[in-house]
Write a protein that binds this ligand. Structure first.
Ligand code: PEP
Ligand code: MN
Length: 364
């Protein structure tokens, strides 16, 4: 399906002075004091453009802390007034939107558990019709790019033009080192389909623990993300939600300081060096394809021989041998094993397809 989004650039609704957007704040607003203290520390460190806080918390199991609700909105208002920073919260239904706007919330985000449900997203979209507020859409909990795109489209079609995506990772079927697996390729595909769409990384919810935050944040910047949303709490270990992934504002400042922000374009001498290397890569790719074409003509010969001797196109022993020898050759060339394995599975599949085609053509 062809897709396009009619959106305004990030710079039209927030000034980050050319730097990646940083949204920071506690997972949840817990008490007025916690909110104000955390906000003022964040302001003091000077790295953030926006304050975040969870007001209504979508929890997997009942009985966990589900957020302070409307009572916390005046605290956010106070934090905004004290720091001068715009504030962002998650909204999951039209009533949340109404309250957020009533209390002067500047930016809304749609949580991962809401993005999965098109009925729910459509209700939000209707409630946002005619409202000029930026909305960020977290990826759905399950790795489904179409659902993510669908949510962005529903909001966009309701007139939300200050739109962005938050990549927070996808829930795991198996145990992994991540709380939510990044599956970077899904976000990269989103960026490729919608180059104008701001994409913000959420290392906190991918990591689930402090020790992983840096590498994930760096990866997001390496992929040229437009910003980061990271949880920060004045006393992380005592946080009422997501305690193990939050950083104190000073620790977050230090981490952000260590990150390398990659340039979007290159100075001219780099540009020409880059072009030389890219030219070499183009040549090698051409050779790679020529080799594949040569290989395919040999496969055709093989098919004719098999046909004349009435031999099946596929022999399991040969397939194993191909995979094993190539794996060993790849290893000696320091190639990533999965690359070699996938590549030769594909090549072999195409070889079988070609052979059956040749055999059937002659038989017909
Ligand atoms: C959050 O940002 O605190 C949150 C609940 O995130 P997600 O929707 O990504 O789980
Ligand atoms: Mn959280």
């Amino acid at each position: 399906m062809n897709a396009s989004l009619d959106i305004l650039p990030l710079s039209s609704w927030i000034n980050t002075e050319g730097k990646p957007l940083v949204i920071a704040g506690p997972c949840s607003a817990e008490t007025e004091e916690q909110m104000l203290e955390t906000a003022s520390q964040i302001k003091k460190e000077g790295f953030a453009h926006v304050l975040r806080a969870g007001i209504w918390k979508p929890r997997t199991r009942p009985g966990s802390f589900e957020g302070m609700g409307e009572a916390a909105l005046p605290w956010l208002q106070a934090a905004k007034k004290e720091t001068g920073l715009p504030v962002a919260i998650e909204v999951a239904n039209p009533q949340h939107i109404e309250l957020a706007l009533k209390y002067g919330v500047d930016i809304l985000w749609v949580g991962a558990r809401t993005t999965v449900n098109p009925f729910n997203v459509q209700e939000l979209a209707e409630a946002l019709r005619g409202v000029d507020v930026p909305v960020l859409v977290k990826n759905p909990v399950n790795p489904d790019l179409q659902l993510w795109i669908g949510a962005l489209e529903r909001l966009n079609q309701a007139g939300v033009k200050k739109l962005g995506a938050i990549h927070r990772g996808f829930s795991n079927a198996q145990e992994t080192k991540y709380r939510n697996s990044p599956m970077w390729n899904i976000a990269i595909e989103l960026k490729t389909l919608f180059p104008e769409l701001p994409v913000i990384g959420d290392p906190s919810h991918m990591a689930g623990k402090r020790s992983l935050l840096f590498e994930i944040a760096q990866r997001a910047l390496d992929l040229n993300y437009d910003g980061l949303i990271i949880e920060s709490h004045r006393d992380p270990d005592k946080a009422w939600s997501d305690a193990s992934q939050q950083l104190t504002p000073p620790a977050l400042a230090e981490m952000l300081h260590e990150l390398h922000v990659r340039k979007e374009s290159y100075p001219t001498d780099y540009q020409s060096q880059l072009e030389v290397v890219r030219g070499k890569i183009d040549n090698l790719d051409r050779e790679l394809l020529e080799n594949l074409a040569n290989r395919m003509s040999l496969v055709e010969k093989l098919a004719e021989y098999k046909r004349d001797n009435n031999v099946a196109a596929y022999q399991v022993d040969r397939f194993r041998e191909v995979l094993d020898t190539r794996a060993a050759w790849g290893k000696s060339l320091n190639l990533y094993p999965a690359l070699v394995d996938e590549l030769f599975k594909l090549v072999h599949m195409e070889s079988i397809r070609k052979q059956t085609e040749v055999m059937n053509q002659i038989n017909a």
